[in-house]
Design a protein around this ligand. Structure first.
Ligand SMILES: [Zn+2]
Length: 423
């Protein structure tokens, strides 16, 4: 079923999901029976398909896509937000949309957020890094180290000797000085000694392969601007491609220092992740017809006008009008997930300067004023959007509570942005 056919089924929202119980309070998310909400939309769309000549039958194991914000923070300190990261999963309903698992950026706190999803980091097929800044890369060490430990122990406890630990595949922008690649390699090397210590403690015999397991080198692969990469799955090409757009976020640092936006295309839908980026027509075009846009956002309060320090800060990031233009390029049915807030809401202070309070709703309202008056999600860590062929779009909070994402969703987005600021 195509995305358009999936959208046609949205009109049946009112029938789609059967809550297992009433909401705890009016306006709160409902907890759905996973079993029921998966079956009902399929039956409804099957009925529509049977009465619509030439349309496709809904699959009994539909394609699905999940996009999870593993971190919604920026360098602005916020104890409740991990730094930048987005988990993209594609697959079938029967494998929980997890045939292909990709992590975009790995800011500090990413490991904790993935584990809050009951998610084993060894399940990540590949990582993609947008650029070198610490809020996008400084979580690599912990994720890589944990993948090694979990992989080793599960192999050994499972009786696989020698262990078949997979090395992480990490895609990075190609740069003359290989800054991002060096960060990835250093993130692994820094724990070589720990790994050797664990091997010694467990008591593996000296000699191959045990004397080389501590030297755990990620498989670093370079991407150039404008490239399209087919993601491999168990050695075979998957149905997922990842495209790159050089967005110019790092242009002021030096020639060739790269920053990418990514576009992920799957049979269940398309996701665009802006990363940190200045506005450009190229980025607007890159987001065209995407189903989900994960966009960074920055908001300059009036009190910070006229302070030169902030000119640069706000020039290399997307402001609400820019975000609205990008999301509008995706289209009125697109779902906009806001992340990487600068300043981090709710806030009355940024880099030592004070202003009237900015909330998550301030960001959402500014995007609406900018011209995108549709589905906007003020991001919180672990918010997950799910698209499934033949089913309504869902927003899940963590791994259990889900609600339908309604069109145009004005009341819903206002409720969600107020909720996003609850501490
Ligand atoms: Zn950043």
């Amino acid at each position: 079923m195509t995305v358009k056919e999936r959208a046609s089924c949205l009109v049946e929202d009112f029938l789609n999901a059967v809550p297992t119980r009433q909401p705890k309070r009016e306006g709160e998310e409902m907890e759905f029976s996973q079993h029921k909400f998966r079956i009902m939309p399929t039956l409804i769309c099957l009925a529509i398909s049977l009465t619509a000549p030439g349309s496709l039958l809904a699959s009994d194991d539909p394609d699905c896509l999940k996009v999870t914000l593993t971190g919604t923070g920026s360098p602005d300190p916020d104890g409740l937000r991990a730094k930048a990261g987005t988990l993209v999963r594609y697959g079938k309903q029967s494998n929980d949309c997890s045939e292909v698992v990709l992590q975009f950026d790995v800011g500090p706190g990413t490991l904790n957020r993935l584990e809050r999803l009951d998610f084993d980091v060894t399940a990540v097929d590949a990582y993609f890094v947008t650029h070198s800044h610490h809020d996008h890369t400084a979580g690599l060490s912990s994720v890589i180290a944990e993948a090694w430990v979990n992989g080793l122990l599960s192999d050994v406890l499972g009786g696989t000797i020698p262990p078949q630990i997979e090395v992480p595949v990490v895609y990075v922008p190609e740069e003359p000085d290989e800054v991002v690649a060096d960060i990835v390699i250093a993130a692994a090397e820094v724990f070589d000694e720990e790994r050797q210590g664990r091997i010694d403690t467990i008591g593996f015999p000296p000699g191959p392969p045990f004397d080389t397991l501590a030297d755990y080198n990620p498989d670093v692969r370079f991407l150039v601007p404008g490239s399209v990469t087919t993601v491999m799955n168990d050695g075979a090409p998957s149905a997922v491609t990842v495209s790159t757009y050089e967005n110019g976020h790092m242009a002021s640092v030096g020639d060739g220092v790269a920053a990418f936006s990514y576009r992920i295309e799957t049979p269940a839908g398309t996701v665009v992740i802006t990363g940190d980026a200045p506005p450009s027509q190229g980025l607007v075009d890159f987001a065209q017809a995407a189903d989900i846009v994960v966009s960074e956002i920055a908001l300059r309060p009036p009190e910070l006008e006229g302070i030169p320090l902030f000119d640069t800060v706000f020039e290399i990031h997307l402001l609400p009008d820019d975000v609205a233009e990008i999301a509008s390029s995706a289209g009125p049915e697109a779902i906009l997930m806001l992340t990487h807030f600068a300043p981090s809401p709710p806030s009355t202070e940024f880099l030592g300067f004070s202003f009237a309070e900015i909330t998550s709703c301030s960001y959402v309202d500014a995007v609406v004023d900018g011209g995108f008056d549709h589905r906007i999600i003020a991001g919180r860590d672990l918010y997950t959007v799910q698209l499934m062929a033949g089913a309504s779009d869902l927003l899940c909070h963590g791994s259990r509570h889900c609600e339908l994402l309604r069109l145009p969703g004005r009341a819903q987005r206002d409720r969600l942005c107020r909720k996003a600021d609850r501490r």
